[in-house]
Ligand binder design. Structure first.
Ligand code: UT7
Length: 328
C-alpha cells in the first residue's frame, strides 16, 4: 500500500543569518562556508517555539489538502529539538489545528525524521480503518541547541518547519528505514537536566562527548563519510524493492546537510545534479524539516508535479537513514 500526498505547507522564521554574521564571533568567512557546504544563509527562530513553527506549516498543509481537521486520525510530529520533554509537540499541534479526533505522538529520528514519520503514518493508514488522513509535521529550532563557539558545527544548521497531509492509496511506494547505533556519539546533544551536578559527581562514563549541557556535538568528518556512503545505498535498496533504477526518478529530494554530500551521492548514483532538489543555500541544514521544506519549494516553483516519481533520502544522527520512493 502507498500514499497520496494531499497537501504540504512550510514555515521559515523571518530572521536571516548570513555567513558574514558568523564571522563576527567565530573565525570563519563566507567563502569557506559556501565552498565547503554550499550554505549562504539560514533562518533562526527567535521567539518562535518549535511547536509554533510546526503548527504554521501544519495549518498550511491542511488548507492545501482541503481536508477538515476533524477528519485527521493521526498527527506525528518529528523533531530532534522539541520544546518540552513532555507533552509531545504532536499533542500541542493536534489541539492547535483542531485535529480533535487524532492520536498524536512525537518521533525522533533526527534528520531522517520525516522519512521515518511518513512511513510510520503509512502503516497506520493501512491498518486502522478509522484513520483516513494523517498529518506529518517536521519542525526544528536547532539554533536553540547550537554551540556558537564551535565553528565546525554552528554554521551548518538552520530553523524551520514543513508538514504534509497524506492518505492511503495504491500508488507506487517503497521504503527502507535503518539505523547504525554504533555511531550514536558522532552527532548528539544531551537532554537538559535540572540537576546536572548529579551527573558531574558520578564517575559513570557514558562514552558520549563531554559537551556543556544540551549543546550539539558533531564529528563532521565521520558523519560526512557515513552520509556519502549511505545516501546512494539506501536509495538503491528502496529502488530494487520495486524494480526501479535512478532513471525512473524525476526528482531526488535528499536531506540538505552539505551540497558536497549531494554532489558525491549524485556521482555515485550516476544521476545528474539537476535532478536533485537543493535548498540548503537558503536554509542550511534544518534536520527533519529539510526534506519536506525542499519538497514544498519544488512544488511552489512548479518543478515537482503530480504524477512524478520522487525519492526522499534521509540520513542523520543515530546514525539513522531511510528512503521513500513514491509517486507524488
Ligand atoms: O544533518 C546531519 C548530517 N550532518 C552532516 O552531514 C555533516 C557532515 N559533515 C560536513 O558537512 C563537513 O565535515 C563539515 C562541513 C562539517 C566540515 O567540512 P570539512 O571539509 O570536513 O572540514 P574539516 O572538518 O576537515 O576542517 C578543515 C579545516 C580545519 O582546519 P585545519 O585543522 O585544517 O587547520 C577546520 O578547523 O577547516 C576548519 N574549519 C573552518 N574554517 C573556517 C572548520 N569549520 C570552519 C569554518 N570556517 N566554519
Amino acid at each position: 500500500m502507498g500514499i497520496n500526498i494531499l497537501g504540504m505547507g512550510k514555515y521559515l522564521p523571518e530572521q536571516k543569518f548570513t555567513n558574514d554574521d558568523f564571522a563576527r564571533f567565530v573565525e570563519t568567512n563566507d567563502e569557506w562556508i559556501r565552498t565547503r557546504t554550499g550554505i549562504a544563509e539560514r533562518r533562526m527562530a527567535g521567539w518562535e517555539p518549535t511547536w509554533y513553527m510546526g503548527k504554521q506549516a501544519a495549518l498550511q498543509a491542511i488548507e492545501k489538502a482541503g481536508v477538515s481537521p476533524d477528519k485527521i486520525g493521526l498527527v506525528i510530529f518529528c523533531t530532534a529539538t522539541a520544546d518540552f520533554h513532555t507533552p509531545s509537540m504532536a499533542s500541542i499541534v493536534q489541539y492547535e489545528t483542531g485535529a480533535v479526533n487524532a492520536s498524536a505522538f512525537d518521533l525522533n529520528a533526527a534528520c531522517t525524521g520525516f522519512v521515518y514519520a511518513v512511513d510510520t503514518a503509512r502503516r497506520f493508514l493501512e491498518t486502522d480503518s478509522e484513520c483516513r488522513y494523517a498529518l506529518v509535521v517536521a519542525a526544528e529550532s536547532l539554533s536553540h541547541f547550537l554551540d556558537f563557539s564551535d565553528r565546525g558545527s554552528c554554521i551548518l544548521f538552520g530553523d524551520g518547519a514543513a508538514a504534509a497531509v497524506i492518505e492511503k492509496s495504491d500508488k507506487l511506494y517503497s521504503s527502507v528505514l535503518g539505523s547504525d547505533g554504533s555511531g550514536a556519539g558522532l552527532l548528539c546533544a544531551r537532554a537538559l537536566q535540572t540537576a546536572p551536578e548529579v551527573a558531574v559527581e558520578s564517575d559513570f562514563e557514558d562514552g558520549f562527548p563531554d559537551k556543556p549541557l544540551h549543546k550539539l556535538y558533531q564529528n563532521g568528518k565521520e558523519v560526512y563519510k557515513f552520509a556519502v556512503s549511505i545516501l546512494p545505498k539506501s536509495f538503491k535498496k528502496a529502488a530494487e524493492k520495486v524494480g526501479m533504477t535512478k532513471e525512473d526518478i524525476d526528482w531526488f529530494i535528499p536531506h540538505q546537510a552539505n551540497v558536497r554530500i549531494i554532489e558525491t551521492a549524485a556521482k555515485k548514483l550516476g544521476a545528474p545534479m539537476d535532478k536533485f532538489i537543493v535548498t540548503l543555500d537558503k536554509y542550511g541544514n534544518t534536520s527533519s524539516a529539510s526534506i519536506p521544506i525542499a519538497m514544498c519549494e519544488a512544488i511552489d516553483s512548479g518543478k515537482l508535479k503530480k504524477g512524478q516519481k520522487i525519492a526522499l533520502i534521509g540520513f542523520g544522527a543515530g546514525l539513522t537513514y531511510g528512503s521513500i520512493i513514491t509517486e507524488f
